[in-house]
Ligand binder design. Structure first.
Ligand SMILES: [Zn+2]
Length: 242
C-alpha cells in the first residue's frame, strides 16, 4: 500500500470515528427540551404518587381509629350502665376508675382521628389542584417524543452506515496500517491526522520546515509534525469526505 493510500484511509477513519462518536452521543442523550418536558412530567407524577400513598396510609389509619373508638365507646357505655347500678362505695370507686381509664384511652384517639381527617381533606384538595399535564402540555411532550424517536431512527441508520464504512476501510488498509493508525489514534484522538495550514501545522500552529512541507505534499511517506507529532496531510490533495 502506498503512503498516499494509507493517508487517505487514515483521514477517512478519523472522520468516520468522529462521526460515530457524535452519533452515539446523540443516540444516548435526548434533546434538552425533551429532557425538560420528561422531568416536568415525572416530577408531577411523583408528587401525585406520594400524595396517593399518604392518602392510602391515612385512610387505613382512619378506619382502624374508627373501629377502636367504636369499641371503646361500647366499653364506656357498659361501665356507665354499671355505674347506675352500683350498690356500695367500693363498687362505685372501681367503676369510676374503669371509666376514667376508658376516657383516657379515648381522648388521644379522638384527637388523632380529627387530625387524620384534616390531613385527608388537605390531600384531597391538593390532588384536585395538581394537574399532572394539561392537554397542551401532553401534546407538546408527545410531539417531542415522536420527533426524538424519528431522529433516533435516522441516527441509527447513519450509525450503521458509518460502521460499514469503517469496516470497509479497515479491510482495505490491512493489519499493519491499522496497527499504525490505532497507535496514533490512541494517543492523539480526535485529531491524529491534521491538514497543513499553509506552511504550519493546523493543530499546534508550529511553523514547519520547508523540506517537511515538501515531503508532506509529495505523499511518498508518512510525515509527522515535529512539534505535536501528529500525522500531516495536504488538504488540497485529500478533500474532506462528504
Ligand atoms: Zn503540530
Amino acid at each position: 500500500m502506498t503512503a498516499r493510500h494509507n493517508l487517505a484511509g487514515f483521514v477517512a477513519l478519523q472522520q468516520l470515528l468522529t462521526r460515530r462518536a457524535a452519533l452515539v452521543r446523540q443516540r444516548d442523550a435526548p434533546p434538552e427540551e425533551l429532557a425538560r418536558l420528561r422531568a416536568r412530567f415525572s416530577e408531577r407524577q411523583g408528587m401525585q404518587q406520594t400524595l396517593e400513598k399518604d392518602r392510602d396510609a391515612l385512610g387505613a389509619e382512619q378506619t382502624a381509629l374508627e373501629q377502636e373508638l367504636k369499641a371503646l365507646g361500647e366499653e364506656r357505655e357498659h361501665f356507665r350502665r354499671q355505674k347506675a347500678q352500683v350498690t356500695n362505695m367500693r363498687q362505685l370507686t372501681a367503676v369510676v376508675s374503669a371509666l376514667d381509664h376508658v376516657e383516657a384511652r379515648l381522648a388521644p384517639k379522638k384527637d388523632r382521628l380529627t387530625e387524620v381527617r384534616r390531613k385527608l381533606d388537605e390531600i384531597e384538595l391538593k390532588l384536585t389542584e395538581l394537574e399532572i399535564e394539561s392537554p397542551d402540555e401532553r401534546a407538546e411532550r408527545q410531539q417531542a417524543e415522536a420527533a426524538w424517536a424519528e431522529a433516533r431512527k435516522t441516527g441509527e441508520a447513519e450509525l450503521a452506515k458509518t460502521e460499514r464504512e469503517l469496516r470497509r476501510w479497515q479491510r482495505e488498509l490491512g493489519e499493519p496500517a491499522m496497527t499504525q493508525f490505532k497507535k496514533l489514534w490512541a494517543s492523539r484522538k480526535p485529531y491524529a491526522v491534521v491538514p497543513l495550514d499553509g506552511h504550519a501545522c493546523s493543530f499546534c500552529h508550529a511553523d514547519l520546515r520547508p523540506s517537511l512541507v515538501q515531503l508532506v505534499r509529495a505523499m511518498q511517506e508518512l510525515q509527522y509534525c515535529d512539534s505535536c507529532r501528529r500525522l500531516l496531510y495536504d488538504p488540497d490533495q485529500l478533500p474532506r469526505l462528504p
